[in-house]
Design a binder for this molecule. Sequence first.
Ligand code: LLP
Length: 428
Amino acid sequence: MHGFAYRNGTLHCEDVDLEGLANEYGTPLYVYSANTFRDHYRRLDQALEGVDHEVAYAVKANSNLSVLRLLANEGAGFDIVSGGELFRVIKAGGDPKKCTFAGVGKTRGEIEYALKHGIYSFNVESEEELRYLNDVAADLGLIAPAAVRVNPNVDAKTHKYISTGKSENKFGVDFERIADLYDRAATELPHVQLRGLQMHIGSQLTSVKPFVEAVEKVAPLATVLKEKHGIEFWSIGGGIGIVYQDALGAGSIDWWDSQAEQDRPLTLAGYGREVVPRLRNLGLKILLEPGRAIAGNAGVLLTRCLYEKQGSAKTFKIVDAGMNDLIRPALYEGHHEIVPVKEPGSERKVVDVVGPICESGDFFCQDRELPEFGPGECIALMSAGAYGFVMASNYNTRPLPAEILVDGSTVSVVRKRQTLDDLIAAEL
Ligand code: LLP
């Protein structure tokens, strides 16, 4: 389910008309549906029923304080990748003891900060980092809880920039070297407590098969580590893909629902059904680190059409959002469904929707047949709730857009639009 649908001729987020929001707060504008975040979190939690588990939301997907607060209130844990993300979780009222810290390049400052706040586990990505963690903890007279990320060398069959579980990726420690590393760490690193095991094979996976393959490959290793080293948890990472194509149409039939399953390659319930039975008898706490599955379809980016330019080869709809606001199409050839906010008629045209940035990669779609819309009209780039605002930049000295959280009929500005003064405030 997601909270976006046409009602009375305009696209709504829950009970709120998006045309009205665009008029009041300007464009480009990110709009999020609070109930969609809640719904996705709860469905994931349910999907893992039957095994001791925790859903640790991947903060990187959407780190707005209000989003984190909402998920903390649901009982979520958090997977963080920087000191900055831990700072956000704490500010939002999240519990550091429910935080896992991923990433290949943690600094001393970040490690010290996380140690002092008593996070649940450092998910370590190399032997070198494990040794460094031990040294930093020793200097503070503390014991660092840790898990090593295993790279299972499984093909996630996703875009090469977001595939992480193959040997040629920079992530984790080779499967074959993990057991030996735990043995050595247990004797050589007294300031590290080996608490768990972690893996994450990639993002936007649209089939459950690679997850199953990775779980089946790594489960015997997890069992050995539990018996030998008393580990208590196994984080199986995030990566569950979402619907980007026809996100609005599919959303209206409640696409996470099991009834719609034959139309979708992967649902949360289907994921649970395949994965949970393979984890149930391990006697380990299972952590899941979803980002996109919770946030992706919970947000849209609203933008207004400025001009329609008729070139000799193409029709360009030039809009007021650019690749600096939503970089996924430029960076991963990511597909975002584009729909007019005013419910369209039957007229359609093949167009490129492009932004104002001075780069040819600044497009939201190319040669796509879309419902007709013209200058002055607002469109929604769907499924922009994950890896949208968080990857936005000030490129071309463009202020960051505002973010709005809708909860039923309640509208909250959860981040103000940057001003021109904000843009230069830190410059000396
Ligand atoms: N855990 C770890 C260790 C990760 O590296 C990631 C994502 C996640 C969990 C969450 O993955 P998710 O459930 O969201 O797929 N910017 C890209 C996606 C980058 C994902 C990075 N790691 C995009 O827009 O597609």
